[in-house]
Design a protein around this ligand. Structure first.
Ligand code: GLC
Length: 801
């Protein structure tokens, strides 16, 4: 036996004894254990360690792409070890003891096993120890409280219902065992695909090594080499799947509360939005719409005619999202319970009796979402709500959460039937919520094949973005929580889930008008923009804090709708690359050390920089502008970056900057996303010597875009001494927006221009652009030149002199 004792109870992997190289993988026999190295791509390899006796491979819940064109690798072996060379990096395995290192083509170590510890076991527990260089930093880890950068912290992944969590609480609702490691701006990623309770110790135990491990399953991790962080995230989300483009309305403002009822209250909330002209797309119905918290039923007293309510308010642009929890009331007269019991769809105890636990409705049975038949059945249950006109579904309590037991969840030995194979809850726990969201998503696809589903989930695992958006659970109305939502959402995004947001204003507690406004002010730039609050709390609608605040809240919600073409374009891009919409600055500026721990500011896409005000009573915000030129969004003033600035921030101002060189598509204010098409579609141009940008559009709801029914419009601007040229390039895709105007708004124009030509035709200056079909006007104060023209599918060529 070559296995060595590591420390009390722990056995090490030992030495490599036999190596087998094939086209697909390199298999290294270490006695009891076998190490399999499978290069999936030139920048990605899987490291799997299984008992030599184990023949079959467990499927993965996370992996979306199973088939890869395995890249050719160059293999060499000597007495000390083996080397596998890929185009982007190489893998060096030393034989005695077995240790794995990942190297750049130049031979520098990117990441390597800790020389003393390597990989080891203690009973069912397993762990990997990695060397931890002094200057290495860590990001990602899914949904985590506290700060953006995670060095020195230990974390656990075990989905957990924990209202009013604090910056020190861990774990919380979701588990995504993925992180990015970074040294001097160079990134790698590790995805530990293990659904048992896992843990990461990023230097809490020692500053010499970090480690990750689990209570069960096997060592099974993917290593990704960047060196750019975006490349790591692109590859990780190619593997685990990307967000499907959501319906456009779900990017609108969303209003929630536990709970709006009866119907008159719902109509009153909707009426307030419209009469105050505060834009809103979505109203949520929390658990009280149900009959005794029975999912898929209505409380007839409070909602005598839900279909009429939904359709009346749909005429006014509102979409409804209703909550659906996993707990199905243990009531033999309730149709969902009856169907579930008859179909054998519920989770069982170790002794095969039905597992029953209390949640909102009292004692409940719980669907076994790990089972395909149960998931399919679950999907059918939405039929009636869909018929009523409910547009989206909110899957809550799916950690799963159970009341009145210390563990707050199922017993670890509860049994899931994974399509014939029995697996313990210990193994399924972390994917239960994800599989619930999957059952919901896939069910909706079947019920309405032509409509993009909107699902919002509280619990999840790696890859959940394929089915659902996510929110950060039961937060608190405090300045601390308002600030913490930023790093939380950013790390979520780095971990593959881009469609995220907190309960704006805070769920538990009573925010001051100032706190609510400051939160909403930056909340309108979050991917998910939803206000929510707990039962019994004060009102937290945008008008609930008095006129002064209402005015500002309205202005910022309007701003979200003005930015809608930009936001939708960023959603589209994220759905194709996996790179998050909301980004920490280090993702855009990996060579700028000041950004590495900056978690009080964020970027939307690559060009918009948001710096929320995080303290009561502030009228300015000290913030960092990375290197390069920037425009203040409000004054259109050009400022050089690479320094800290004090940005003015009275209550009605959010420090907002645009990177020079950007073109941002914007539109007029509407009361809901589909009230009217963008007209004019305005390209706000913030030039440096050049500016580039694009706008993605489609019908906002169907899958037609997958067949080319979209419009992608690119705008290219170049500035020289003689003239500025603006080119709108012939649109890609076959989607035809209705007849409309486009405006090119050129910022930073010091003087009123002399001549503006479109092709060979000279354009006229006009007093007011809004009344003219075409022409231009110049704003001396903002140094902004606006040029209006009828839109064109075939492109436009402008020159400004
Ligand atoms: C949970 C959810 C919260 C919801 C409440 C009632 O606490 O996290 O958002 O309002 O349950 O359904």
């Amino acid at each position: 036996m070559s296995a060595k004792t590591l420390s009390a109870g722990w056995t090490s992997i030992g030495d490599a004894q036999l190596v087998l190289n094939s086209d697909q993988q390199v298999v290294i026999d270490c006695g009891d254990m076998q190490v399999q190295l499978t290069p999936f791509a030139n920048d990605m390899v899987r490291v799997r360690v299984v008992p030599t006796s184990q023949k079959s491979e467990r499927g993965s819940w996370a992996i979306a792409k199973e088939q890869w064109d395995l890249p050719p690798h160059k293999y060499s072996e000597d007495a000390k070890g083996i080397t596998i060379e890929l185009a982007d990096f190489s893998i060096r395995v030393t034989k005695s003891p077995l240790r794995i290192a990942f190297l750049t083509p130049a031979g520098e170590v990117i990441n390597q096993d800790d020389p003393a510890k390597g990989m080891g076991w203690d009973g069912a527990q397993l762990r990997v120890w990695k060397e931890m260089p002094q200057n290495e930093l860590y990001y990602g880890f899914g949904e985590k409280t506290g700060m953006l950068e995670r060095r020195g912290l230990a974390m656990t992944d075990w989905n957990y219902d924990i209202p009013a969590y604090t910056p020190a609480t861990d774990p919380i609702y979701q588990s995504i065992p993925f992180f990015l490691g970074m040294r001097d701006g160079k990134f790698y990623g590790i995805f530990f695909d293990n659904t048992f309770r896992t843990s990461f110790d990023m230097g809490k135990e020692s500053d010499r090594y970090y480690s990750f491990g689990s209570d069960g399953g096997s060592i099974n991790y993917y290593f990704f080499y960047g060196p750019s962080p975006k490349k790591v995230i692109e590859r990780f989300t190619e593997l685990t799947g990307r967000m499907n483009l959501p319906p456009k309305w779900s990017l609108g403002y969303q209003q929630c509360r536990w709970s709006y009822y009866p119907e008159a209250k719902v109509r009153d909330i909707a009426g307030n939005f419209r009469s105050r002209k505060i834009p809103c797309d979505v109203i949520y119905l929390d658990i009280d719409y149900m009959d005794g918290f029975r999912c898929f039923t209505w409380n007839k007293e409070n909602f005598p005619n839900p279909k009429k309510m939904v359709s009346d308010l749909a005429n006014d642009g509102f979409k409804f999202v209703t909550i659906i929890d996993p707990g199905i009331k243990n009531d033999t007269t309730y149709w969902v319970y009856k169907e579930g019991a008859k179909g054998n769809h519920f989770v069982r105890n170790g002794d095969s009796s039905l597992f029953i636990g209390p949640v909102w409705p009292g004692n409940c049975a719980f669907p076994d979402f790990a089972n395909t038949k149960a998931r399919t059945w679950w999907g059918t249950l939405y039929a009636d709500l869909v018929k009523v006109g409910i547009r989206g579904f909110w899957n809550d309590m799916n950690e799963p959460s159970v009341f009145d037991v210390p563990t707050k969840t199922f017993p670890l030995d509860a049994v899931h039937n994974v399509d014939g194979e029995k697996e313990s809850h210990a193994e399924i726990h972390n994917v239960y919520g994800m599989q619930m969201a999957r059952g919901t998503y896939e069910g909706l696809r079947r019920l309405k094949p032509d409509e993009r589903p909107f699902v919002l989930t509280r619990a999840g695992y790696a890859g959940t973005q394929r089915y659902s958006a996510a929110w950060t659970g039961d937060n608190v109305s405090s300045w601390e929580h308002m600030a913490m939502a930023m790093p939380m959402c950013m790390n979520f995004g780095l971990s593959g889930q881009p469609f995220v947001g907190p309960d704006i204003g805070g769920f538990i507690g009573a925010p001051s008008g100032e706190l609510y406004t400051r939160w909403l002010q930056y909340g309108v730039f979050l991917p998910l923009c939803r206000s929510h609050s707990v039962t019994g709390s004060i009102n937290k609608e945008p008008w609930a804090f008095g006129e002064e605040f209402t005015k500002i809240n309205k202005k910022f919600i309007e701003l979200r709708y003005q930015f809608m073409p930009f936001l939708y374009t960023e959603f589209y891009k994220s759905s194709t690359t996996g790179v998050p919409i909301m980004r920490p600055l280090m993702l855009e500026f990996p060579d700028d050390k000041t950004t590495y721990r900056l978690d009080t500011q964020f970027m939307v896409g690559g060009d918009l920089l948001v710096s929320p005000v995080l303290e009561a009573g502030s009228t300015s915000r000290r913030m960092y502008l990375p290197k390069g030129e920037w425009y203040d969004f409000w004054t259109r003033e050009k400022i050089s970056g690479g320094k800290w600035i004090e940005a003015p921030a009275p209550l009605d101002r959010l420090p907002l900057f645009v990177r020079a060189g950007a073109v941002i598509p914007m539109q007029q204010v509407v009361q809901y996303t589909d009230q009217a098409p963008a007209d004019p579609l305005t390209f706000e141009i913030f030039p440096s010597a050049e500016a580039n940008g694009s706008c993605y559009e489609d019908d906002g709801i169907s899958f037609g875009y997958k067949k080319g029914i979209f419009r992608a419009t690119a705008v290219k601007v170049s500035v020289s001494r003689e003239a500025t040229t603006i080119k709108m390039i012939a649109a890609r895709g076959s989607y035809l927006p209705s007849k409309r105007s486009v405006v090119f708004a050129l910022n930073g124009v010091e003087q009123k221009p002399k001549v503006i030509n479109v092709g060979s035709e000279q354009l006229k200056e006009v007093g007011s652009l809004s009344d003219a079909a075409q022409g231009w006007s110049y704003d001396r104060e903002l140094h902004r030149l606006s040029i209006k023209l009828p839109d064109s599918q075939t492109g436009l060529d402008l020159s400004v002199q």
